[in-house]
Design a protein around this ligand. Structure first.
Ligand code: HEC
Length: 368
């Protein structure tokens, strides 16, 4: 029974996470509800559910403390009997401004939404996901807060109080229509299970994509799960399709264009665009992180490799350069993205050629 459910969810997950632009109906609420009742006497990582252990400890992938999967009451204050609210428990959460809200009634009902799980002390993918959503937010412009709403729910509520979340939101210059949420641990666990965001297979995708963003339209009942690390243009497009679903055809021209771009660019450019561009530019000034123009000329190559591969270790070791950058950039972390060394070398090469190209362009004074 348990296996069957797992397979069912796996299937659903695979179906709805196939890129690009596949929109699909979530499974009947039943399959999610029965999931929630399972008792599994294991520990697992909130960010990497595939990491499981019989003992307490920390996640081999990200170092986060493993959480017991058993003894999680499914009784969290869910309300209502209708299918939407059993899929989306109506638990009480707190916004970054300390306002009490009901998950379904206040945040989901009748709306187009994007939901991500995160935690502010994350050294790995979450800072990139948040930065990427900032790009999506920009692309959606003034539809944010009117036609579409973003929710970032912390999975570390004991640390991420409203105050902490507010400071985090300010660092990333979060705009209207995007709410950070905390609450009771049991309620948040229940939520992440019901949203299917805690039980995703991670087939060791070489790109390291972690599907952890759920976008949907409560009014139409259409939901899709995406890698939050996806190209922001794709994400914005998918969200726009959610908004316009049924009302107007999908913007296929833009979709095809985006697809072509994604397929034709070289590896370095692709890695840079999907992993780095949310926080950096090469020659267009500082963003969340420093402008990388010429960085390959002024930094030692070994140090460069390390700041890309294990920035958290450099900070732990009190590396003076990494520490001063960390302070200068308002203590936003350069995230540890788990890239293999070959990709890091490709990226360094990309930064080098791109910097040369920008410098050259300035010399010649042309547009391209
Ligand atoms: C979530 C935002 C974010 C992402 C994503 C990100 N960085 Fe950074 N990066 C930073 C910040 C912030 C700093 C400043 C140091 C710090 O605060 O840790 C930094 C610093 C750096 C530095 C050092 C700059 C210098 O002046 O020496 C390099 C090199 C770098 N990042 C490269 C990359 C590459 C390559 C990627 C993609 C694989 C990437 N970064 C992804 C935020 C980010």
């Amino acid at each position: 029974m348990k296996r069957k459910n797992a397979q069912l969810l796996l299937l659903v997950t695979l179906t709805i996470s196939v890129p690009p632009l596949i929109i699909s109906q979530l499974a009947a609420p039943v399959s999610f509800a029965s999931f929630a009742q399972q008792q599994d006497p294991e520990y697992s990582c909130p960010m990497h559910p595939e990491v499981k252990s019989k003992k307490a400890g920390s996640c081999a992938k990200c170092g986060m403390t493993l959480k017991p999967k058993s003894a999680e009451p499914d009784s969290a204050s869910s309300g209502g009997e209708n299918s939407a609210s059993s899929r989306f428990p109506n638990v009480e959460l707190l916004t970054q401004d300390g306002k009490k809200v009901r998950f379904y009634d206040d945040l989901i009902k009748g709306k187009v939404v994007a939901i991500e799980l995160m935690y502010t002390t994350c050294k790995y993918n979450c800072p990139l996901e948040t930065a990427r959503l900032v790009q999506v937010q920009k692309l959606l412009g003034d539809r944010m807060g009117k036609e579409v709403f973003f929710y970032s729910i912390t999975i570390e509520p004991e640390i991420d109080t409203p105050k902490v979340l507010k400071a985090y939101a300010e660092k990333y210059r979060i705009g209207p229509g995007w709410t950070f949420l905390t609450g009771k641990e049991a309620d948040i666990k229940l939520l992440s299970r019901k949203l299917g965001l805690d039980f995703l297979p991670n087939p060791n995708d070489p790109d390291g994509h972690t599907p952890s963003l759920l976008i949907g339209n409560d009014a139409t009942g259409l939901w899709a799960r995406n890698a939050a690390l996806d190209n922001p243009k794709f994400l914005a497009l998918k969200i726009e399709q959610m908004i316009g679903y049924g009302a107007r055809p999908a913007n296929t021209v833009a979709a095809n264009e985006a697809k072509a771009v994604k397929l034709n660019i070289d590896k370095g450019q692709y890695l840079y665009a999907t992993r780095c561009a949310a926080c950096h530019t090469i020659g267009n000034g500082d963003k969340v992180g420093p402008d990388l123009l010429g960085v390959t000329n002024v930094r030692d190559i070994k140090w460069l490799r390390r700041i890309i591969m294990e920035p958290d270790k450099l900070i732990e070791e009190k590396d003076p350069l990494a520490t001063s950058l960390f302070i200068k950039y308002k203590q936003i972390r350069m995230p540890r993205l788990g890239l293999p060394e070959a990709d890091v070398n490709t990226l360094i090469e990309y930064m080098r050629t791109q910097s040369a190209r920008v410098a050259n362009r300035e010399k010649v004074g042309t547009q391209n």
